[in-house]
Design a protein around this ligand. Structure first.
Ligand SMILES: [Zn+2]
Length: 129
């Protein structure tokens, strides 16, 4: 009688353990599915971003074709050291980026030629009427 009772008790414990295992497996499967979905989202973004980069590169190429060689060289050479801001305009006689007043001689040259370099920050400056 005692043995039968103990066997029943063991069976019950085993049943509980199995149920707990199934619960854990379900949780792990759920987590796996979530990560899989996230990965798919990231893959999609990656593809989309790559296409966007290609499109922007083409746009840049088209724009570069429209610029004189001298300005392109200046742009490529100083783009990094000027913090990506290579171009400025003359506003009220001053450079729009560093705000320094453009000296009279340079100013009149810029007005005549409509472009030049800021004597202070070295950026390419344009005069826009
Ligand atoms: Zn400047």
């Amino acid at each position: 009688m005692k043995l039968a009772y103990e066997t029943d008790e063991l069976k019950e414990k085993l049943k509980i353990l199995k149920e707990e295992n199934i619960k854990k497996e379900k949780e792990i499967m759920k987590k796996l599915e979530e990560i899989q979905e996230e990965l798919e989202d990231i893959e999609y973004e990656k593809k989309y971003t790559r296409e966007k980069i290609e499109k922007k590169k083409k746009e840049m190429e088209e724009l570069r074709k429209k610029l004189p060689e001298e300005i392109l060289e200046f742009y490529d050479k100083y783009r990094e050291s000027l913090g990506g801001k290579v171009v400025a305009v003359v506003e009220n006689g001053a450079c729009s980026v560093c705000t320094m007043k453009i000296p009279g001689k340079v100013y009149s040259e810029i007005i005549k030629g409509k472009e030049g370099k800021c004597p202070n920050c070295g950026r390419w400056i344009f005069y826009i009427e």
